[in-house]
Design a protein around this ligand. Structure first.
Ligand code: HEC
Ligand code: HEC
Length: 325
């Protein structure tokens, strides 16, 4: 497409979509498996499991070791580190507002939180725990057996119930009354002047909204920003060459808490992220054509960062008291 028509297309898109689609998330829109919201017992059990290092083979690592609530449900590292101290291939994503998501992992290879949950437990590079052994281990802890029975009315612990409890807990990690949400609900003073300028840039000049839109600032698509680390991304799972280097557009809620950024953790701060976009992204071959030089000046860069911080909402997560062996 010629540049002129391309820009015309973009601006038409923005003028129709811009003002409407960034909004607070609606709890009513969450799709639960079998259309059934989890019970409080399931959520509480899921939280215990999430924080319990006995889910890993050597009892050293829990989900929260990598998805640490004090670090935006991430780990502050460019790439994760497994229970045996080994480095992983990708950055640990944060876990906010995944209740609305329908694909998981940077390459989207899991279709539900239930499907996702058993992955890291069994992965030899992560928690390295065989599920049959995990069930035996959990059943030997009287309190867990009791809690599973209460949550699922089954006498035995099953892998499906472990997955369901973990997923149920993760669906409660919701950010929906950040300053941005309050602003959208009518409190025009909830955003500072810089944040308001940043919101406008996000929607217009900086083109962010094209991919980061909707209540959770992701359209669920897969794109390449041109990062040159050679990670095949979506193609590793679809086996389609045109998907090479594409990754899921991540949501941006509480984003300033989970540095470093991108699937390879190569950008250390939001400032680095914006400067990266401003210069037109990376240079890998499959880069999306929507990623292009933005010509933002210094104060615009800081307005945009300031806007991103309006998506923050403190979430106090108390570490639970775990059942005794
Ligand atoms: C060793 C560190 C580590 C541990 C332990 C770990 N994760 Fe992760 N998690 C990661 C990394 C790295 C990814 C991204 C992997 C990828 O996309 O290929 C990830 C991805 C995820 C995602 C997908 C998020 C998204 O936006 O798509 C969810 C959900 C998740 N983990 C939940 C869990 C749960 C539940 C546990 C415990 C059962 C767990 N993780 C244990 C590092 C870890
Ligand atoms: C063409 C679609 C697209 C556009 C336009 C876009 N992004 Fe992204 N964004 C993505 C994708 C895809 C990723 C993850 C890429 C990766 O890891 O390789 C990402 C990652 C990010 C991250 C890091 C998230 C994390 O958890 O590591 C931030 C922050 C971000 N974008 C903000 C912005 C801002 C601000 C703008 C506007 C200047 C913008 N994006 C424009 C698609 C886009």
């Amino acid at each position: 497409m010629k540049k002129k028509y391309f820009l015309l297309f973009i601006f038409t898109f923005l003028s129709f979509s811009g003002p409407i689609i960034l909004r607070p998330p609606n709890i009513e829109d969450i799709k639960y498996p079998n259309n059934k919201a989890p019970s409080l017992n399931e959520i509480k059990l899921g939280k215990l499991l999430f924080f319990d290092t006995r889910l890993s083979k050597n009892k050293k690592q829990s989900c929260a070791s990598c998805h640490n609530p004090d670090l935006g449900f991430s780990d502050g590292l460019s790439k994760g580190i497994g229970t045996h101290g080994n480095p992983l291939g990708r950055n640990t994503p944060s876990l906010y507002n995944l209740a609305w998501n329908n694909s998981f992992f940077w390459d989207g290879r899991a279709k539900s939180l239930e499907e996702q949950a058993l992955g890291p437990i069994q992965n030899p590079a992560e928690m390295d725990m065989n599920l049959d052994d995990l069930i035996i281990r959990l059943e030997s802890i009287p309190k867990y057996l009791e809690l599973f029975q209460k949550a699922y009315t089954q006498t035995e612990i099953t892998k499906e119930n472990i997955a369901s409890a973990l997923a149920s807990y993760q669906r409660t990690l919701i950010v929906n009354h950040s300053p941005f949400d309050q602003y959208k609900k009518g409190d025009i003073n909830a955003l500072s002047p810089a944040q308001k300028r940043g919101l406008l840039l996000f929607r217009k000049k900086a083109l962010c909204i094209i991919c980061h839109n909707g209540a959770n600032f992701t359209d669920g698509s897969f794109r390449s920003l041109g990062i040159e680390d050679g990670d095949s991304g979506l193609a590793g799972f679809t086996k389609n060459e045109k998907d090479f280097g594409k990754f899921k557009v991540p949501g941006l809620r509480n984003i300033s808490k989970s540095a470093p950024y991108m699937h390879d953790g190569s950008l250390r701060s939001l400032e680095e992220v914006i400067r990266f976009y401003n210069k037109g992204g990376g240079s890998a071959k499959h880069k999306d054509r929507l990623v292009r030089k933005l010509n933002l000046n210094e104060s615009e860069i800081f307005d945009l960062i300031s806007f991103l911080s309006s998506l923050n909402q403190d979430m106090k997560v108390k570490r639970p008291q775990l059942p005794k062996d």
